[in-house]
Design a protein around this ligand. Sequence first.
Ligand SMILES: [Zn+2]
Length: 320
Amino acid sequence: MHTDLTDDEFLRYGRQILLPEIGETGQLRLKNSKVLIVGVGGLGSPAALYLASAGVGQLWLADGDKVDTSNLQRQIIYRNSDRHQSKTKSAIQHLKSLNPAVQCHPLPAVDQNVLARVIPQVDVVLDCSDNMETRQAVNAACVKAEKPLVAAAAVGWQGQLMLIEPSAKTACYHCVFPQQDEPGLTCREAGVIGPVVGMLGTAQALVTLQVLCDLPRPTGILQCFDGRTLQWQRLSTQRLPFSASTRKTFGGTSMHIRLNGNEIQISLPCTLEALLIQQEQLKPGTAVALNQQVIPRSQWSETQLNENDDVDLFRAIAGG
Ligand SMILES: [Zn+2]
């Protein structure tokens, strides 16, 4: 446990120590912090660079892959000369050359044993992985160990970000996306634009600093980023079991609602589930928000739609 900052640290971190929210106290908290990053790809690259440069004391980096030519378009921690080398080994080399004080620990691709061993030792976990199986396993391990999880994903022009804090009793990843199936949209098949995955990884680093310094932060909010318009949509979530508010059925025979921003007319009565069936959207990995509140799958058949409701359908994204 460090109780002081050195002269070099005051120089190095001066610009963030100047911020009243960080100060010397916050910088010391960062120096004593331990963070696990699962996946050192498009999300993990900027996240690791920003956390190392901010002075987070210890980083665990988990990834079993080698650097491939096709990674370099977005995985900005790597250089051309790193190709065919281990990702964790190359990443640690670059992080050490950026900030020699940061202690880095390489881990292979995570399984449940690795997660159960490492997560209890760290303060925050970043899910920067690229598949649903890992996302659900990391989420379950964080819920079990009651550790904050900063989950993000990106594919195409879209990104999703959610801070889950089990001790705050907010919704976890599984409450929002209960299905274990791959959502179908992967960056290998659908492609991804580099800066979008970079923005999401950068946002993960920002939220992690907020958690480590115990600053106000967006716990339990699912934030969806659209790289075509540069807009963020914020959706509130609730932990399961969900307490549904009572909704009266609208009196007419047809009504207007907005579905993903477009006004449509539907006939009454209509539940969320009936709407998804009518719109042929009842697909694996789909989540639904009604008036900016994510509704769990178990409530779709009971939730009546009313005039002027806003319904947003979105798919789980697992890419990273
Ligand atoms: Zn949950």
